[in-house]
Design a protein around this ligand. Structure first.
Ligand code: 13P
Ligand code: SF4
Length: 311
């Protein structure tokens, strides 16, 4: 067995990337070492758009299963690799397609919207997909008289209800990592840093969001951090976020609300997994065509709507 130093691993990854025409897409919650070797680091929406638009033949997705599935659904002619096969999203797994069908049967006229953090199977049952970056704007485009089923995040759903004034049928799923962030923790951080800005991810509970200056996707947090005049920013989301914020804004100070907010799935991937994945072309993520084609419609509608709404 040959042991490589970190520098040797990075050099080898760069050689393999050229040889195989590969791109590394990495989510904002990944370990710093994995963010540093990425071609692009972003939130779920930004990563989906990159996966759809890239000319590379191979996408190494450093994130969780639903993200790699989304990349494959959008670009089935590419090879999509997930360096750690076990890195799932517990929230996505809280909605099962059979149960979603049963709920839809009770509300036959409803529009079904899924958070991108859902399985490909669940997406086949949905009219539209959203991410935390566009959920409010997309729900605002739905005619007022249409009932809406929102799957699977009850916290993001409650936030969207509050922002749009729409009542939706909410699936009872949640992100276990964001659930660990409590109002008590955030109040304590605010007391300690009275002049700080407070940014919260909408996967957090409404009583945490109530204490925020801004509710933002992880990509929105990056933009906010660059633009704000505040020098201290309290960040209520998964801990990995602090790495990128601090790296891009060395003159500012970022304070996590809770050091318990670590997503174990987002932390599985290391540089050696990325190297192994590229070297051996594993683990290939695919979705059967029957599922892929149905699921794709909800995702492409979201991307098209987002591009229009962002203009
Ligand atoms: P965004 O990066 O899209 O804000 O999503 C956060 C998340 O929990 C991804 O699993
Ligand atoms: Fe899923 Fe939450 Fe982890 Fe994101 S942070 S992958 S929503 S469990």
């Amino acid at each position: 067995m040959v042991f490589l130093t970190e520098k040797e691993m990075i050099d080898r990854i760069n050689i393999l990337k050229k040889e195989k025409n590969a791109v590394i897409l990495t989510h904002n919650y990944q370990l710093g070492e994995v963010q540093d070797i990425a071609d692009f680091v972003g939130d779920s929406l930004e990563l989906s758009i990159k996966a759809a638009d890239t000319d590379a033949e191979v996408i190494v997705f450093c994130g969780v299963t639903f993200m790699a599935e989304t990349a494959y659904i959008l670009s089935p002619d590419k090879t999509v690799l997930l360096p750690r096969l076990e890195s799932g999203c517990p929230m996505a797994d809280m909605a099962d397609v059979t149960e979603v069908r049963a709920l839809k049967a009770k509300h036959p006229d409803a529009i079904t919207i899924c958070y991108v953090n859902s399985t490909a199977d669940v997406k086949t049952e949905c009219d539209l997909c959203v991410t935390s970056a566009n959920a409010v704007q997309i729900v605002n485009t739905i005619p007022k008289d249409r009932e809406i089923i929102f799957v699977p995040d009850k916290n993001l759903g409650a936030f969207v209800e509050q922002q749009t004034g729409r009542k939706m049928i909410l699936w009872p799923g949640f992100c276990p990592t964001h659930m660990r962030i409590t109002p008590k923790d955030l109040k304590k951080r605010k007391m300690e840093n009275p002049n700080a800005a407070v940014i919260v991810h909408p996967e957090a509970r409404l009583d945490v969001l109530a204490l925020a200056d801004e509710a933002l996707s992880t990509g929105g947090m990056c933009r906010f951090a660059k633009e704000t005049d505040k020098k201290t920013i309290i960040v209520a989301t998964e801990m990995g976020m602090i790495y990128r914020l601090q790296k891009e804004n060395p003159d500012k100070h970022f304070i996590p609300v809770s050091e318990q907010a670590i997503c174990p799935n987002m932390k599985m991937t290391r540089i050696d997994d990325v190297l192994n994945s590229l070297e051996n072309m594993q683990n290939k993520i695919t979705v059967p065509d029957a599922v892929r084609i149905k699921a794709k419609s909800a995702i492409t509608k979201m991307i098209d709507l987002s591009k229009k709404l962002m203009k």
